[in-house]
Write a new protein. Structure first.
Length: 174
């Protein structure tokens, strides 16, 4: 699966098709193009639940330039907010807003997008879903509906011990 191009959403389920329409109609990805945006999270890999949002990761070299572009393009959107998250292993900027019924989270770090944890986790999760099939996918969705975040849900379903965020990355080369 090529997650670099949003076209795959057009041929997915209703929620994926709606996400494609929102993202293309709003031109979010063309506005963010210089920051190598990638849609990550549960919607691309079909394990989303009702309140799942659209998570877009970006890579920036200049935080002021990134913040300015986000603010200039999205500050008029419903419930817009932007903040810095200095408490992660690597500095991040996160913007949130609502667009056509979807909560949008734009997450930027000074790390190439394909090296960010969100992308790496999504690829591992996608591969595990393909490996273990529909019953496993439904188990993940049920755990998410019970309130578990995605990575802990995978941790429970796979009977992992320790930090599921770290443990899942051990599947990267499988």
């Amino acid at each position: 699966m090529n997650f670099d191009n949003l076209e795959y959403l057009q041929h997915g389920n209703k929620r994926q098709q709606d996400a494609y329409a929102v993202l293309t109609n709003s031109q979010i990805f063309s506005k963010l193009k210089q920051f190598d945006p990638i849609l990550v999270g549960t919607i691309p890999i079909n394990i989303d639940i009702e309140n799942s949002d659209l998570d877009i990761i970006c890579s920036f070299a200049n935080k002021q330039k990134f913040q300015k572009l986000i603010t200039d393009n999205f500050s008029n959107e419903e419930k817009f907010s932007i903040r810095e998250l200095p408490n992660l292993n690597t500095f991040a900027i996160v913007a949130n807003f609502f667009l056509d019924g979807f909560k949008i989270d734009v997450f930027g770090q000074p790390i190439p997008t394909r090296q960010q944890f969100a992308y790496r986790h999504m690829i591992v999760e996608h591969n595990l879903l393909n490996k273990y099939g529909e019953a496993f996918r439904q188990q993940i969705i049920q755990l998410k509906q019970k309130g578990y975040k995605t990575e802990p849900a995978f941790g429970i379903a796979l009977d992992l011990t320790g930090d599921s965020y770290k443990e899942l990355l051990k599947f990267e080369n499988n």
